[in-house]
Design a protein around this ligand. Structure first.
Ligand SMILES: [Zn+2]
Length: 340
């Protein structure tokens, strides 16, 4: 049997695994499980659709993490590919609470508006196929996470998750940073999918940032592209999109200098100081595709332009689907910002 959960980072104090939630297809939406070293306390970051929840539960079993050990489900934002299955996962985790941006909490409690908006966009059939059903979550199991709020994972206080509001990709978007405190200097941080090791924990102790869609997509075939094997990032512009807040969210990640980025779309990317600059540059190029005068370019033209922006090795069906979403986002941005 192949393993469902892939170990992406560990130290003497924590482990992080990635699970392909299979939401919207294979290798599109990563869900992360964070646990203390003794697995007595664990958390999820994002969920994917309800259809993937049996996979997430199998992953816990595979990892010998008791469902009762899961205390938190951290939601980066309330888009269906990230949160739709939260209600179903919660039903399996008796001690878990959902942490979400205060502006998203209402939608987790009553997802009818969000669901209706998605159905309007993609149609009922595609909605059911991708997200299954989206049901309300009782208010007492939702925690509105404040900006800069810290969530302790485990009793010894070494491991904590910090919520940081980042309303660029969506008004209810939150970055999460996993911090290890009190670890001896030189504590080794291992990234088992890389060789041989990621080196010591960074001095600030931020082992990983979960930036949701507030940084960029980097699918598996985009992780090591070109002669220098550098990742290719593609920022996810949606509707509504706040360019200034998005850029601030990207810079926020830069200031944290995490050892690794754990992206929902898709997988772990080891940190390099020039990552934020790359995202800003691609965002500049995307915004330059849309003149601030009428008419706005049509969606197909925008998609073609985006295709030309990425190296051949980085192209995929999955990225093409993102281009469509980004093109609609750019059109909405044009409508908002064009000169009257
Ligand atoms: Zn999103």
């Amino acid at each position: 049997m192949t393993e469902i959960a892939a170990l992406v980072q560990e130290s003497d104090f924590h482990s992080i695994w990635m699970v392909d939630s299979m939401t919207e297809g294979k290798e599109k939406v990563s869900v992360y499980i964070v646990a203390t070293h003794d697995k007595s306390s664990a958390a999820f970051v994002d969920v994917g659709s309800a259809l993937g929840v049996p996979r997430l539960m199998s992953a816990l079993q595979e990892l010998s993490i008791a469902p009762t050990a899961v205390r938190w489900i951290f939601l980066t934002h309330i888009h269906c590919d990230h949160f739709a299955g939260a209600w179903a996962l919660l039903e399996n985790l008796p001690n878990a609470t959902i942490a979400v941006h205060p502006a998203g909490a209402y939608h987790v409690q009553d997802p009818s508006l969000i669901s209706a908006a998605y159905v309007g966009l993609v149609g009922e059939d595609r909605f059911r196929k991708h997200y299954g059903s989206v049901r309300p979550v009782p208010a007492e199991r939702i925690h509105a996470a404040l900006n800069d709020e810290q969530f302790a994972l485990g009793a010894d206080g070494r491991l904590s998750m910090r919520a940081m509001h980042s309303p660029g990709h969506a008004p209810h978007h939150t970055h999460y940073a996993l911090t290890v405190t009190g670890a001896p200097v030189g504590t080794e941080l291992r990234h088992p999918v890389l060789t041989p090791t990621a080196g010591p924990l960074p001095p600030t102790g931020v082992a990983a940032v979960f930036p949701g869609d507030g940084f960029a997509a980097c699918y598996q075939n985009m992780h090591k592209v070109g002669p220098r094997a550098a990742p290719v990032f593609f920022p996810q512009i949606t509707t509504p999109f706040d360019v200034g807040a998005f850029r601030a969210g990207v810079d926020m990640v830069g200031r944290l200098e995490p050892a690794a980025l754990l992206l929902p779309h898709y997988g772990m990317v080891p940190w390099q100081a020039d990552h934020p600059a790359k995202v800003h540059k691609t965002l500049d190029r995307l915004l330059a595709l849309v003149p601030l005068t009428d008419p706005a370019p049509d969606v197909q033209d925008l998609q073609m332009e985006m295709l030309c922006m990425v190296p051949a090795a980085a192209r995929s069906e999955t990225l093409m689907e993102d281009f469509e979403v980004v093109a609609h986002g750019l059109q909405a941005w044009h409508a908002q910002n064009k000169r009257k």
